[in-house]
Design a binder for this molecule. Structure first.
Ligand code: URA
Ligand code: SF4
Length: 217
């Protein structure tokens, strides 16, 4: 199956999913949206009020702010695949619970596999914890980490940043580096495809799964 068909199939399954208790209170499930060939995937926490009404991710206040952040850094929202760790709204926007995250994880895994993004931006601590367990967002936000052949970039959640001036400044600075990260991920992936002889000459080890942090580009 082609990636865009896989994404459609996942969206269909999510829309009728009853794997966790969040299905009782949801109005519309929010599978996520964006192109199957997106280089960047952004993963938030879960649908809020407006997302639950419309079945689309990041369409409320946090979404408006995300749109602004993307526009400022020159990345078009239509080129990004945007989704959440849980696809149905937690009542009253409470935190998603471990069993809900666990139940919904397979959908996210399949989306990642279908899209195979170069860069995954985690928005908030729940999606960050999936890729970078045990780290503190205050210590790692805006940095990049290679995991399973992709660049993971943890960011503060736009909803949190919206009302806290210091976080807002941080998230704006972090987003400003996003294009640089995409460029670095492209280069690194190209290098990883080159023959071993070239790797030896440059002294680079573009191992796909190298779990090291890239601090400089
Ligand atoms: N907050 C999220 O984490 N996700 C959304 O889709 C909207 C708000
Ligand atoms: Fe299914 Fe995920 Fe919705 Fe739970 S949150 S009902 S696992 S789609």
């Amino acid at each position: 199956m082609q990636p865009d068909q896989i994404l459609k199939e996942i969206a269909q399954q999510v829309s009728e999913c009853k794997r966790c208790q969040l299905h009782y209170s949801r109005k519309k499930a929010v599978p996520g949206e964006g192109p199957a060939q997106a280089e960047i995937m952004m993963i938030g926490e879960g649908p809020g009020f407006y997302e639950n009404e419309q079945g689309r991710p990041f369409v409320g206040a946090a979404g408006k702010f995300l749109d602004e952040l993307l526009e400022k850094c020159g990345i078009a929202r239509k080129d990004v695949f945007i989704t959440n760790v849980v696809k149905c709204r937690p009542p009253g926007n409470r935190d998603p619970q471990p069993e809900e995250l666990e139940a919904c994880n397979a959908y996210l895994e399949r989306q990642i596999e279908a899209i195979s993004p170069k860069v995954i931006v985690t928005l908030g601590r729940f999606s960050m914890a999936k890729f970078l367990p045990g780290v503190k967002i205050s210590e790692v936000h805006g940095q990049s980490f290679w995991r399973n052949g992709r660049l993971i970039v943890p960011m503060f959640h736009p909803a949190a940043a919206l009302h806290q001036p210091s976080l807002k400044a941080s998230v704006e600075r972090d987003f400003a580096r996003l294009s640089e990260y995409v460029q670095a991920a492209r280069q690194r992936m190209q290098a990883a495809e080159k023959p071993i002889a070239v790797e030896e000459k440059t002294g680079e080890t573009p191992a796909k799964d190298q779990p090291t942090q890239l601090s400089l580009f």
